[in-house]
Design a protein around this ligand. Sequence first.
Ligand code: GLU
Ligand code: ZN
Length: 289
Amino acid sequence: MTYVGRFAPSPTGPLHYGSLVAALASFLDARHAGGKWLLKIDDLDPPRESIDAPQKILRQLLALGLQWDLKVIYQSARLNSYDDAIESLQPFTFPCTCSRKSVAKVYSGTCRLKRYPEPGEPYAVRVQVPKQSVSIDDRSLGLHTWNLETDVGDFIIKRKDGLHAYQLAVVIDDLHYSVTHIVRGNDLLESTPRQLAIYERLNVSPPQYLHIPVLVDKSGNKLSKQAHAKPVDTSDAASTIRSALADLGQNTHENALNTKELLKKAASCWNPTTIPNVHDICAPNAYLK
Ligand code: GLU
Ligand code: ZN
């Protein structure tokens, strides 16, 4: 099989150590397989984004030697494809006027049979999940199964404010670019059944998944661009990469002479089965604020 992987940061700020670990894992997995590694900027939600983040992220990746293949993909340039997908999912979608506050964690289907909203009344588009369970055999976490009706419920693919939902866009992108392997943080594991539901509705097979532990600070909070984490310092690329390799349970190749050689060795020895099979890992002090 030809391998296509990707790294898909949201441009809410420059890369922090947690996102670097995810980037490195997906890069090494792709290079180990002799596959392609795409870079996609998930810029679907302008109010949450920072205008100069994409350029910063690109510069950081290059300074660390993580060179992607093909042109950088921007979700903001793909909005028509998401609308086309909503169109093709139409037999399974319905408008929802519920307020966010009024819905339970698993949506109960209130609007499934309701009248169409009045003209001008804002509505979200939900997709009706099939009555079945879905599973992945994660390359690190093993088998995970969800019942779509009871664990997930009908979910939003286009928001009331007109923005497309991540759950839809990610599937449409991965299909469009023929992504075969997804390597990402396990904070996204709970999103996976929603994405599987869309694959199911589109009648196509999902890619393979490898969810890696999420990096946390000393109090157990996920590193995020908003808090806890400083931007990755790229001035000593090799030591940053060695630290991430150690967190991923990989050999740190102390004898590598430069970053290029380090990444080459790390790619050839990459072994996802030695990634710690835990929910999260505490980031080294140097990478915290
Ligand atoms: N943009 C998403 C995030 O940064 C990742 C999407 C994905 O890898 O599926 O959380
Ligand atoms: Zn509703």
